[in-house]
Design a protein. Structure first.
Length: 315
């Protein structure tokens, strides 16, 4: 996998394998792969039953990666996530029993149904790929990748994620309902999710490492960096926004654009790449003024206004 062409062929095959069970969502699949290559995590906010869990499990199978799922509930404890130290009578000593966070691909299902204390147990793991229990630090996989789902916040029994944690997600995505053709395909055929275990693996761990290294070295010109800064600054100047994008959010946009460019088969970033990943990267990071909140989510319109009024560089 020495060039962007072979990398794109590999990425396209991963996407095609996942698309066998997630019908009609090629863009969302590609964005999820881009997030993984950028070393980020993904938060899916959606109603139940649109294929979020199927997408995560299919991706893990296509990449031959260890997979664990945690069902977040109000009674979930931090130790249920990261593990617990127990006394081993046979050894007359304490030993650490790993929790499900010790995997590579972690599905955190309905994350906002758990209490803030349980949600926070994932924070160190997501930010630093390690956990600390009883003063001892344990490393996680360098490819540790969280895909979390959450119900819309107006559902009963939900606890909104704190800003510090939601910022750890590179993308916020929504699968939404399938289009007419895709849903009719689902209605007349067997459930594609039943064939998750039949998905053929595409790459090995070393190949994934190479892809991530290639994504990190994708070129971003000075003109593109200036364009990205102007987009960031526009979020801070917009009167509808109380807190705009932080420097960490800006770095997330650059990483996401580089990974997306590689998914498109290029070794350099175009304005189109920045625009493709801007909404998934910025949406959950903007904090609006109270008067800007209404029944309809105003953030997409705000981001569209920013894209429309920010001059695109011509190279």
């Amino acid at each position: 996998m020495s060039d962007s062409v072979s990398a794109k062929q590999c990425i396209d095959q991963i996407a095609a394998n996942v698309a066998e069970t997630v019908i009609g969502k090629p863009h969302e699949i590609m964005l999820t792969i881009a997030a993984m290559l950028a070393g980020g995590h993904v938060l899916f906010e959606d109603i139940p039953g649109v294929g979020k869990t199927t997408l995560v499990r299919s991706l893990a199978n296509a990449l031959q990666l260890p997979f664990q799922r945690i069902q977040f509930t109000p009674d979930l404890l931090p130790s249920d996530i990261i593990g617990v130290t127990i006394y081993d009578e046979s050894r007359h000593d304490f030993s650490f029993r790993e929790g499900p966070v010790f995997t590579t691909v972690l599905l955190a299902d309905e994350i906002n149904r758990a209490t803030p204390r349980a949600q926070a147990a994932l924070l160190e793991a997501m930010a630093e790929r390690r956990v600390t229990v009883d003063g001892t630090t344990y490393d996680l996989s360098p490819d540790f990748f969280v895909l979390a789902t959450q119900n819309p916040t107006d559902y009963e029994g939900t606890y909104p994620l704190p800003e510090a944690q939601i910022d750890r997600f590179l993308f916020r995505l929504s699968l939404g309902y399938p289009d007419r053709r895709a849903e009719q395909q689902l209605l007349i055929g067997a459930d594609p999710a039943a064939h998750i275990h039949d998905i053929a693996p595409v790459i090995a761990t070393d190949d994934l490492k190479n892809l991530k290294q290639m994504a990190a070295t994708v070129h971003v010109s000075d003109a593109l960096i200036d364009y990205i800064w102007r987009l960031i600054d526009a979020t801070r100047q917009d009167p509808r926004v109380r807190l705009g994008i932080s420097p960490r959010g800006g770095m997330a946009l650059v990483s996401a654009a580089k990974a997306y460019a590689l998914c498109m088969g290029r070794e350099y970033v175009l304005p189109d790449d920045v625009q493709a990943v801007l909404a998934p990267t910025f949406h959950h990071r903007l904090i609006l003024n109270q008067g800007s909140n209404g029944e309809v989510d105003p953030v997409p319109a705000i981001l569209q206004d920013i894209l429309r009024t920010t001059t695109v560089p011509v190279e």
